[in-house]
Design a protein around this ligand. Structure first.
Ligand code: SAH
Ligand code: SF4
Ligand code: F3S
Length: 470
């Protein structure tokens, strides 16, 4: 996804506690504390939850010790993600012992996967709420306040939370996520998401444009449109007079203002169309960056993964992207050690990486998830040490590509959007290029939200070093 450090997203951002971005002058009678794990969609869901809770008189706090309600928005994508949440829950046990009135709720994918089993396994949990049931949170809190355990893990075919305006939590005030769809209809054999998030559904195109417009009017300068498979976005107006596909939606968001950058994630190699690529080419403010998870470079493994494309198809897609968008950056997700993966298959993944030269890659060792097609059909037969060794090999290769990608930008003049003050020095700002690389440069008179043209004079492994062109 969109981190610059090649870590898993749950490692990169896990456990972030949230408080509202804007100063909020309302006085709340109660306080909630929320921590999020997993993908950007989960983080965005926490912002929807925050909005629902604020309506109920709950204000956000960063300090769980003063909270009346502690929520963990969880991820099930790999076993490790679930273990992290369990560890965190055991830490909350101590706090609950000191404050028996505290309510603890589990939200998100792990809640959906484990359902009531959670209450048997983790006695301190008072509420279990799946990703399509957040509107019922107030009623569930009321129920839990009477001492009963409260559960709602119903999945929906319609829920998109289209009318809920997310409370931007811990935001930089410049970039924001906008979910455009929920669920996933693909059945990649390794993946738990179709089970935890349910059927794919697209959000009303007008509500997407309205949310992005509102963000722009409030000073935001970049939106990232989110979905598990954005290219299959397809919205029919209720009266049947209008249909909007992903390319159309991208265009509508790009037209809000040339000053609003548009990003999106995730694209499935089987679904990304020429129409999307041409739309990207047409608008300068649609960032030339595509997250195109390959998973494996071997056609045989891709077939077992049920990814529905071959190595050759993927290569052709990359060539097409380069033809239409010569400067487009590519990022990817890779899984090593999937069931039956041979050394030859692994070499195919390495050679695919050599071919694509990803700017950014999220790399994972295969983790079997209960209930998935792979868990039912295949044996998780690659020993852990082999998975790790292969993972290390792809990480090493990717580091080289990523550094080469950074070095290629040295000497260039690039436009960046400033996101804030550099972590290392108050005298410097940082921003991102169109291709999502971080640039640090002397502050001078610039500020957050500005577009600045910089020349790049050096780089480290993860950062470009620049200076504003005056
Ligand atoms: N919808 C996106 C990705 C969702 S999950 C897509 O289709 O690409 C993010 C990434 O987690 C996946 O791309 C995959 O690389 C990884 N992942 C998913 N299930 C996994 C598993 N069981 N073990 C290891 N990695 C997994
Ligand atoms: Fe999972 Fe595949 Fe759907 Fe992505 S496209 S969420 S990997 S099933
Ligand atoms: Fe994790 Fe659920 Fe996202 S399993 S990656 S939080 S959709």
């Amino acid at each position: 996804m969109l981190e610059l450090v090649p870590k898993t997203h749950d490692e990169a951002r896990q456990g972030e506690a949230y408080a509202p971005a804007q100063a909020d002058t309302t006085t709340y009678t109660k306080k909630f504390y929320i921590e999020s794990y997993g993908c950007q969609m989960n983080f965005n869901d926490s912002e929807i939850v925050a909005s629902i809770l604020q309506e109920e008189g709950f204000g956000a706090t960063r300090n769980y010790e003063e909270a009346d309600l502690v929520l963990l928005n969880t991820c099930s994508i790999r076993e490790k993600a679930e273990q992290t949440v369990r560890k965190r829950l055991s830490e909350f046990r101590r706090i609950k012992d000191a404050n028996p009135g505290l309510l603890v709720g589990v939200l998100g994918c792990m809640a959906e996967r484990l359902k009531t089993k959670f209450l048997e396994e983790e006695k301190l949990v008072d509420m279990v709420i799946g990703p399509d049931a957040y509107r019922t949170l107030p009623a569930l809190i009321e129920e839990a306040e009477t001492g009963q355990k409260a559960v709602n893990v119903l999945l929906s075919r319609e829920e998109t939370y289209a009318d809920i305006s997310p409370v931007r939590l811990d935001s930089n005030g410049v970039t924001a996520f906008v979910s455009i769809m929920r669920g996933c209809n693909n059945m990649c054999s390794f993946c738990v998401v179709p089970f935890t998030r349910g059927r794919e559904r697209s959000r009303d195109a007008y509500s997407v444009v309205a949310e992005a417009t509102d963000l722009f009017e409030r000073g935001y300068r970049e939106v990232t449109l989110l979905g598990q498979n954005v290219d299959s976005y397809y919205w029919n107006s209720p009266d049947g007079s209008e249909t909007v596909n992903f390319a159309n939606l991208l265009e509508r968001v790009a037209l809000i203002s040339p000053l609003l950058r548009v990003r999106f994630s995730t694209s499935h190699p089987k679904d990304i169309t020429d129409e999307v690529l041409h739309t990207m080419a047409k608008y300068e403010n649609i960032c030339k960056y595509i997250h195109l998870p390959v998973q494996s470079g071997s056609t045989r493994v891709l077939s077992l993964m049920n990814r529905t494309y071959t190595r050759e198809w993927y290569i052709k897609k990359v060539e097409r992207i380069r033809e239409i968008l010569p400067d487009c950056a590519l990022s990817t997700d890779v899984i090593t050690g999937f069931c039956t993966e041979t050394e030859e298959d692994h070499q195919d993944t390495l050679s695919m990486m050599e071919f694509a030269k990803y700017e950014l890659a999220y790399m994972f060792a295969y983790s079997e998830r209960p209930g998935t097609l792979a868990a039912r059909r295949y044996t998780d037969d690659i020993p852990e040490d082999v998975k790790k060794r292969r993972l290390n090999e792809i990480i090493t290769l990717h580091r080289r590509h990523s550094l080469e990608g950074m070095q290629k930008d040295v000497g260039k003049t690039l436009k960046i959007l400033v996101e804030g003050t550099s972590k290392k020095s108050e005298a410097e700002l940082y921003g991102r290029t169109d291709q999502n690389k971080v640039v640090v440069f002397p502050k001078e008179h610039f500020k957050k939200g500005d577009y600045v043209t910089v020349t790049v004079h050096g780089c480290t492994a993860g950062t470009l070093l620049g200076k504003a062109v005056l």
